[in-house]
Design a protein around this ligand. Structure first.
Ligand SMILES: Nc1nc2c(c(=O)[nH]1)N[C@H]1C(S)=C(S)[C@@H](COP(=O)(O)OP(=O)(O)OC[C@H]3O[C@@H](n4cnc5c(=O)[nH]c(N)nc54)[C@H](O)[C@@H]3O)O[C@H]1N2
Ligand SMILES: Nc1nc2c(c(=O)[nH]1)N[C@H]1C(S)=C(S)[C@@H](COP(=O)(O)OP(=O)(O)OC[C@H]3O[C@@H](n4cnc5c(=O)[nH]c(N)nc54)[C@H](O)[C@@H]3O)O[C@H]1N2
Ligand code: SF4
Ligand SMILES: [Mo]
Length: 695
């Protein structure tokens, strides 16, 4: 019997945990976390285990398809890879010869493998590489940039060594990152306190020392009051502030009126609770983590919620501290050389980005742009036409608000290509579907993870593809060859790997033992005096020049959110432990765990409306109605309803997911235009729905 163990990287969500795969006679038998990876401890989550079910799922795209009928009609012509890649390359050539390379839009999921995609888009001569982040963490990213001059991932959450962790809009035990979960549990075992601020009691709240149920949309008021208490009571870390905070007096003046009593009226959290909680934080400083949030594409002031949480961390001296948010290290920081970038194979295109990021909006990070603004450009052809769109592991019809509006935008394109391993609404609407092999059946380019100990890690193929699907690199280099992009026309993955490793002192054999190559011996914390910020002053800047120049206040006055009104509720959403976004609801194993979503509604409110727990309700807004089972609970704020995102699939090719549950984004009319001008992210919880007992 031929047995082997393969070190690889999980692909069931974007966290990309290191894994070990047991393979017997060419069949995957067992998946576990890579026992050599720090913090993983051999574990994976339920979704990670369901990777085996993904392999065996015969309802995933199995071979290239070219559209035969109208868009979205579901009539397909089966194609060989040569035919499909020839077809896409020919169409791209025709479009670029008329409209230029810049007319091609590409979006993906970001992350450590994006270098290959960015290189391809550059090779095409287009500046229009985007990712999904306007619908996820852009506000956090821009908040970090405005204060520190670097991005959110340049800070590490040192949960293991923390003494008090605050999770605000972060449901860590259900919206999972395995290492973070393990580290936090270890920290809590060592006495770390946990405070959860949420609009409903989650599993994370159930494990907390303190749970604060907050009125939806008022987190900014809460945070300003915490800053008020820290500053008025001189509870903050004066040494850190003197060293590293620029604009402390501006902040102090700004929060003067934001008393706990004022915040109580907004948030519903008692003033004395705000005071005693803030004192607890001060006792634990600097080993405090106030999590700035992850999925923060929620409100028009979410960017300022993120900024205020970072400012609280700064006041507590936890930025850069052990047990707080230490600075992440790149290979260069530990005296090593990073991977050679594929994106540098081509010169940077001269054209401006179609989404206006970097020129019309100079305060935003130009790297991945803002997809909703690129969609706007597709619609208006301003500043120039975008004619082709490659949605690479991206399903904007499910992940962006207002699918009707997104469909209108996509409908204007001359070419829509989807690269994916599962069906999605966007793939179904595409002209060409290029089926990707699931992660266990493919290898990827080498990835680098910065952190206290930076390391390189590798996704290796555990088994051969079961269907006629391909790896990312095969698809991209296949297109590159046809389009004459010779620098990217690699013949094998080994060739790409050795290109990436050139000059790093690491060879591909070094990955054999554990699948990873650490670049430093032990975690490297920096001394407080040796921190580095990339702002003009070299310090943490309360007032951001970039924001002010854009006419946006760095310290935005708080505005009270609208109340929903009779019979109406604010729509809120989030994740559950057994599904990833919209792409696992048809996974046989995970479907069995949770076949559909339900609507959380406050018990007292529901009973008043004559609604029974477990019965059906109709949710509607702007002419759109959906039917869903209701869960009455005391543990959600009365102004909100909540549902898990990702359900409401209606594609005939997905028999399990078909017609189960409803999609939250369908209740966000006009949502593409509702985004945070300072943070760039969508404001998807600025919508209200009507709920009625179903007839
Ligand atoms: N209304 C609402 N909107 C939301 C959210 C919400 O809660 N509510 N959540 C937001 C968040 S946090 C995020 S991150 C986004 C997610 O938005 P998306 O990234 O679009 O969501 P996914 O379902 O993870 O992936 C989309 C497609 O990529 C395919 N795919 C998965 N892995 C791979 C891969 O490795 N390679 C390739 N080529 N394809 C792959 C999947 O099969 C799926 O078809 O949505 C955001 N939008
Ligand atoms: N199991 C699982 N894990 C995942 C993912 C997945 O799909 N499934 N996706 C990954 C991705 S892409 C992301 S971005 C992360 C997201 O990780 P998180 O951001 O932690 O995830 P969410 O579940 O979207 O939201 C967190 C909480 O915010 C609460 N919330 C909503 N409105 C408010 C508000 O106004 N104030 C406060 N204080 N709280 C509010 C929700 O009730 C929810 O419990 O998870 C990652 N991990
Ligand atoms: S969190 Fe779970 S699904 Fe995501 S990469 Fe890790 S094991 Fe896989
Ligand atoms: Mo996300």
């Amino acid at each position: 019997m031929a047995r082997k163990e393969v070190y690889s990287i999980c692909g069931m969500c974007t966290v990309r945990c290191p894994i070990r795969v047991e393979v017997e006679n060419g069949v995957c038998r067992f998946l576990q976390g890579n026992p050599h990876a720090s913090g993983i401890k051999g574990s994976i989550c339920a979704r990670g285990s369901a990777g085996l079910a993904l392999l065996n799922d015969d309802e995933r795209p199995q071979l290239p398809l070219i559209r035969d009928g109208e868009r979205g009609e579901g009539k397909w012509r089966k194609a060989s890879w040569d035919e499909a890649l020839d077809y896409v390359a020919e169409r791209l050539k025709a479009i670029t010869s008329t409209h230029g390379g810049r007319s091609i839009l590409f979006s993906d999921r970001g992350g450590p493998f994006r270098d290959l995609h960015m290189s391809f888009v550059r090779g095409l001569g287009s500046p229009n590489y985007c990712n999904h982040d306007a619908s996820c963490a852009r506000n956090v990213q821009h908040a970090a940039m405005s204060l520190f001059g670097f991005g959110r991932k340049d800070l590490v959450y040192d949960f293991k060594n923390a003494r008090h962790v605050v999770l605000q809009t972060r449901n860590i035990f259900e919206s999972i990152n395995v290492k973070e979960v393990n580290d936090l549990i270890e920290g809590m075992g060592n006495g770390c306190r946990l405070t959860v601020i949420d609009i409903r009691a989650t599993k994370t709240a159930a494990k907390a020392d303190r749970f604060l149920m907050i009125r939806p949309g008022t987190d900014y008021a809460f945070n300003l009051a915490v800053i008020h208490v820290l500053m008025e009571g001189r509870l903050y870390d004066p040494e850190f502030a003197a060293l590293w905070i620029e604009g402390l007096n501006d902040l102090h003046r700004f929060v003067k009126p934001c008393t706990p009593e004022w915040a109580e009226k907004e948030t519903g959290i008692p003033a004395d609770e705000i005071v005693s909680f803030t004192r607890d934080l001060a006792r634990a400083m600097p080993a405090v983590i106030w999590h700035p949030g992850w999925m923060t594409a929620r409100y028009l002031d979410s960017f300022h919620v993120c900024r205020s949480s970072y400012l609280i961390n700064a006041l507590l001296g936890s930025i850069g501290a052990r047990g707080g948010l230490p600075l992440s290290n790149t290979p260069g920081d530990v005296g090593r050389k990073g991977l050679k970038k594929l994106v540098d194979l081509f010169p940077k295109p001269a054209d401006k980005r179609a989404d206006g990021v970097g020129w019309k909006y100079p305060h935003f990070d130009a790297g991945p742009g803002l997809l909703q603004l690129a969609f706007k450009a597709v619609e208006t052809e301003d500043p120039y036409p975008l004619k082709a769109y490659i949605a690479y592991r991206h399903d904007p019809l499910m992940g962006f608000p207002d699918p009707e509006a997104v469909r209108r935008v996509l409908g204007k394109l001359d070419l829509l290509v989807s690269v994916t391993f599962s069906w999605s609404d966007t793939a179904w609407f595409s002209d060409v579907v290029l089926p990707l092999s699931p992660y266990l059946e493919r290898e990827s380019i080498i990835a680098c993870k910065n952190g206290l100990t930076p390391y390189f890690f590798l996704r290796q193929r555990a088994v051969d593809p079961r269907y006629d699907t391909r790896s990312d690199w095969e698809i991209i280099t296949g297109l590159a060859r046809r389009l004459g992009l010779s620098p990217l026309s690699f013949e094998s993955i080994e060739e790409i790997w050795s290109h990436q490793l050139e000059g790093t002192g690491v060879s591909i054999e070094d990955f054999n033992a554990t699948g990873m190559v650490p670049l430093a011996r032990k975690p490297a914390y920096r001394e407080r005096e040796a921190l580095k910020f990339n702002t003009p002053s070299g310090k943490i800047e309360v007032l951001s020049g970039r924001l002010e120049q854009a006419g946006l206040p760095s310290l935005r006055p708080y505005e009270s959110p609208a109340s929903p009104g009779e019979g109406k509720f604010r729509i809120t959403f989030g994740r559950c432990p057994v599904h990833t976004q919209g792409h696992t609801v048809n996974n046989p194993m995970l479907h069995e765990q949770m076949p559909e979503n339900v609507l959380w509604l406050n018990r007292a409110v529901g009973e008043e409306m004559g609604i029974q727990d477990g019965g059906d309700v109709e949710v509607s807004s702007n002419g759109h109605t959906g039917r869903i089972q209701v869960k009455l609970t005391d543990f959600i704020h009365p102004e909100a309803v909540f549902m898990v995102h990702g359900f409401g699939h209606n594609l005939p090719v997905e028999s399990r997911a078909f017609g189960r549950g409803i999609a939250d984004n369908a209740f966000m009319p006009g949502g593409l235009d509702l985004w945070d001008q300072a943070g760039g992210a969508m404001a998807m919880q600025e919508h209200f729905v009507t709920v009625r007992k179903a007839t």
